[in-house]
Design a protein around this ligand. Structure first.
Ligand code: ARG
Length: 485
């Protein structure tokens, strides 16, 4: 047991209590943020005349060796400490002597952990945004090559009207584009520095909170010390945005699972992204899509857990808030893994264009266009709807389709039908005539693709920093996959 406090206690902490209370098992992944915050803090303390230049230099150099040694494996984070803050301070004092004990001047672990989490989360927002951008690129590339790839559009999972693959993918492009906007929005709102709030009521030291905020790339300091140590809104917002990302990934996964089934065979998920069965030799299952769909529940759970943790907390800091970490880290890791794997799966997936087009022709997907044809011949839409309904019923009885029905048989239902009906209800016409903004007609689609290409290329550098600018961060936990970071 190794804790930062103990003076006012007459007994050792019970071992089980100590373990229950300790957070180092999971907050050790904040070690870089913890060191970054401490460096900024002591630089400020020196500028304010609270530490001497020598003390500041010794502490900064000591912290730097700790960071390097943890990174290169010379120093392992010892879980006998209560949390990452205690570990760093204890090792510092071991290494540089009593000056290390001055590190915590004018600071509490409450503002310290609030800062560490914010720094860590800020980086995650940027990393998720970057991964979403890569996903958008894959989606847009597919859209560009498939403005003429016809497929059925569905409502109620019943064939409705013909669309194109570019159009279908375009729907997901818009969803993930909005997800990126949410990242930007969260970043803007969260990028204020809680350091200097102390335990809850600021400190009597003349801290320069603007300076520490600036040193760590924040827009400025947070404005209420009680709120600073007890605010986890930014985490909740981020988990909510991540839940929305997962919801989008899950819907897309569901479609891929359906499209990849033998009944549909619209797509084939690459072997590298499929798995087999231990008993059925013929099986090739879309497990990655299923897992992404499944992990959505887990990320929703992380959000619900944090919301519930926060709901009854009086101001200001309460230990309940330590529970923010595991759920947040779980959501960060899960969502990043899911986006990366989903992107790879999408990028390697093959399309069966022939099957899609044949499917688009079946199921009377041109019935709306047939009704519109009659409207153009002067029939009021409601009447046209009724006529085509009867035509469809007739076709079903005859086991045929509108475009294959001889003109005389059509005329028996309405004398408005002429030879030009066949062109009007052809798959190509049905799609190509849909030219309003956002519709699947290839010309309309190409304009949207150009706009979206421009959006991806511009990258809005002016508002969104590259995650490398916030690179103090990264994982140190064993067992975290970490390979995409
Ligand atoms: N491990 C704690 C957490 O994550 C750090 C803050 C501890 N503060 C305190 N007053 N015990 O919330």
């Amino acid at each position: 047991m190794a804790q930062l406090w103990g003076g006012r206690f007459t007994k050792e902490t019970d071992k089980q209590v100590y373990d229950f209370n300790a957070s180092i098992r999971y907050d050790k992944r904040l070690f870089r943020q913890d060191i970054e915050g401490s460096v900024a803090h002591v630089i400020m303390l020196e500028r304010q005349g609270i530490l001497t230049a020598k003390e500041m230099q010794d502490i900064v150099a000591g912290l730097d060796t700790i960071r390097k040694d943890v990174e290169n494996g010379k120093l392992s984070i010892d879980e006998k400490y209560e949390d990452i803050h205690s570990f760093v301070e204890a090792v510092l004092t071991e290494r540089i002597g009593d000056t290390g004990k001055k590190l915590h001047t004018g600071r509490s672990r409450n503002d310290q952990v609030a800062l560490d989490m914010r720094l860590y989360t800020r980086l995650q927002v940027l990393l998720v945004d970057g991964l979403l951008k890569e996903l958008l690129q894959v989606i847009l590339n597919t859209m560009e090559g498939n403005t003429d790839t016809f497929m059925p559009g569905f409502t109620h999972l019943q064939k409705a009207q013909p669309i194109t693959l570019a159009h279908h993918y375009g729907a997901y492009f818009e969803m993930f584009k909005r997800d990126r906007l949410r990242m930007k929005d969260i970043f803007k709102r969260m990028n204020y520095c809680p350091l200097g709030a102390g335990a809850l009521a600021g400190t009597t030291y003349p801290l320069d909170r603007e300076l520490t905020a600036e040193l760590m790339g924040f827009y400025g300091p947070t404005l209420n010390s009680m709120d600073s140590v007890s605010d986890r809104d930014y985490l909740i917002e981020f988990l909510a945005a991540l839940s929305t990302v997962m919801m989008h990934l899950s819907r897309f996964s569901e479609e891929i699972i359906i499209w990849n089934s033998d009944e549909y065979r619209f797509v084939e998920v690459d072997d590298a992204y499929s798995t087999g069965s231990s008993i059925m030799p013929q099986k090739k299952n879309p497990d990655i899509a299923e897992l992404v769909r499944g992990k959505t529940g887990r990320v929703y759970g992380d959000l619900m857990s944090l919301l519930t943790t926060m709901k009854g907390l009086p101001l200001a800091y309460n230990k309940d808030m330590q529970e923010d970490k595991e759920v947040a880290f779980d959501a960060f890791d899960t969502v990043k893994d899911c986006i990366v794997l989903f992107t790879g799966m999408l990028d390697s997936m093959k399309f069966n264009r022939e099957r899609m087009a044949v499917s688009a022709m079946r199921g009377f997907t041109n019935a709306t266009d047939a009704a519109d044809y009659l409207v153009n011949k002067g029939v009021p839409f409601r009447d046209a709807h009724g006529i085509i309904g009867r035509l469809v019923l007739y076709c079903i009885e005859k086991n045929t389709s509108i475009d294959a029905l001889p003109l005389e048989e059509m005329k028996a239902i309405s004398d408005k039908f002429e030879q030009d009906i066949y062109d009007a209800v052809s798959l190509k016409t049905c799609v190509e005539k849909r030219l309003t903004v956002g519709a699947p007609g290839p010309e309309a689609m190409k304009r949207v693709i150009a706009l979206n290409r421009e959006y991806l290329e511009q990258e809005e550098e002016d508002w969104f920093p590259d995650s490398s600018e916030y690179e103090v961060q990264c994982e140190v936990t064993e067992g975290s996959s970490g390979w995409y970071k």
